[in-house]
Design a binder for this molecule. Structure first.
Ligand code: SF4
Ligand code: SF4
Length: 443
């Protein structure tokens, strides 16, 4: 196989498969001394990254090698939990001389890029910065897999774990745009009558009520839980409830801050001060400075706070306000010489987190079914990535084949916007283009 290029990765529509969907050809335009494949996968009950590595280690290593080549990196590292010894053993014999494995503790959080770069390299990214600032580029396992596949075709499939209260927790391989309902059905369906669906994991995911919603390039998993479950009750609290309880019950113990990983890195994130600002009516419509540096890991709310309060929601709400108001903390305080203290011993051990979240009763495996789930219709989102939504390049009634481009990145002044093209994931006919979704059905 010839050397993989930025253009091939861009044309294939590869974006970050483990987070917000940052276009990978742009990420790999940075220069770095180290590329890290992020296999930390610290969300409880999710298993797709480890399963991809177990079944498709060769492709992931090929994607990692390509990423190292494109960024000029001398070192290529796979960061994976130490407990997955079989996966690590299967990779060891295949590593190139510039590749190594960084074993991680079984704790939360671990997959956040800033935390991973510190855990693996001991380097601290300043607030508002990105890993290339300290010579590192981080890509997800599935992203590396897609980079390796970019010479043979565009991204038309997705891996995701379906876990929690389903008959057969599993990691599926599905066509992009398949409905969540079909994925849940492929896992045997819910085992509870009052099922709730969290897309993306119990710590950082969102409740989804529309099961017709299509899977996109960033969908990492769906966790099914009954209505009375503690996680569902927490996620269903609205802002009014969160702020009312917070005002009356926060005793300023600061446990939330002492366990906040961004605070431990030296970033200006102190959730107890956000709670204090709320209690004294000091929050403005412009948003609370510092909220933009919270990674929304939810450790403060779901684990640290002894009162069951929600400092993460306070920060998330203020982050949204900051984004709307356009306010940015231009030069946030940061001392690069301040040592990072306690990072390893203040994470939540996974077993304790699972107990705290009442998840120990669920099967905690998600073996990969590598046969692509079939479907008769898909909805291809025109925006599955950070940046501008794609413009449709097909018309209703048009016949398309798997891999045909159905949405292109818009251009202005001859230059493409930040984004990545999207492609048909089944053969069929375009039946509708609505709400930024291209609908395709098999004849
Ligand atoms: S841990 Fe809870 S009670 Fe303590 S300061 Fe934070 S929000 Fe308040
Ligand atoms: S969610 Fe809480 S613990 Fe996580 S970074 Fe934000 S403030 Fe810190």
């Amino acid at each position: 196989m010839s050397v993989i290029t930025h253009v091939e990765i861009e044309s294939a529509g590869v974006v970050g498969a483990g987070g917000a969907g940052f276009p990978t050809h742009v990420k790999l335009s940075a220069q770095a001394d180290t590329v890290i494949v992020n296999a930390a996968e610290c969300e409880p009950l999710l298993h797709k990254d480890k399963e991809i590595l177990r079944r498709h280690g060769d492709e992931v290593l090929a994607g990692l090698a390509a990423a190292a080549e494109l960024t000029g990196a001398e070192h290529a590292i796979i960061a994976i939990k130490e407990k997955y010894r079989d996966v690590i053993a299967s990779l060891r014999g295949k590593l190139s001389p510039n590749m190594s494995i960084a074993p991680l503790a079984d704790a939360y959080p671990a997959g956040d890029e800033m935390i991973l770069v510190y855990d693996v390299l001991g380097r601290v990214v300043r607030p508002g910065g990105i890993p290339p600032d300290v010579g590192a580029v981080v890509i997800n396992v599935e992203t590396a897999f897609n980079v390796a596949s970019s010479q043979t075709g565009p991204v038309t499939e997705k891996f995701l774990t379906i876990g929690g209260a389903v008959a057969e927790p599993v990691t599926l391989r599905v066509p992009l745009g398949i409905s969540l309902a079909e994925c849940i059905s492929a896992a045997g369906g819910p085992t509870v009558e009052d099922a709730n669906y969290i897309v993306g994991g119990v710590m950082m995911g969102q409740l989804e009520t529309d099961l017709d919603a299509p899977v996109d390039k960033t969908t990492g998993g769906v966790i099914v839980l009954p209505s009375g479950h503690v996680v569902i009750r927490r996620l269903k609290r609205d802002w009014k409830q969160v702020s009312r309880i917070a005002r009356s019950a926060c005793d300023q113990c600061s446990f939330c801050t002492e366990l906040c990983p961004r605070y431990l890195l030296g970033h200006p994130v102190q959730p107890h001060l956000a709670m204090r600002a709320l209690g004294f009516n000091l929050l403005s419509d412009a948003g609370l400075p510092g909220a933009e540096f919270c990674c929304e890991c939810n450790l403060c709310s779901m684990y640290a706070c002894p009162e069951g309060l929600d400092p993460k929601v306070i920060y998330a709400e203020n982050k949204r306000k900051l984004a709307e108001s356009g306010e940015k903390w231009q030069d946030p305080p940061f001392n690069p010489r301040r040592p990072v203290l306690h990072m390893s011993d203040r994470k939540a051990p996974m077993s304790r987190l699972m107990t705290r979240l009442a998840l120990t009763g669920f099967t905690n495996t998600g073996p990969l079914n590598d046969t692509t789930v079939t479907t008769r219709k898909v909805g291809i989102k025109l925006k599955q990535h950070v940046g501008a939504a794609c413009e449709p390049v097909v018309k209703v009634g048009q016949t398309v084949r798997i891999g045909d481009e159905v949405g292109a990145v818009p251009r202005s002044d001859g230059k493409p916007a930040l984004g990545a093209p999207v492609h048909a994931s089944i053969d069929g006919t375009v039946t509708a283009i609505e709400n930024n979704i291209v609908r395709i059905e098999k004849e």
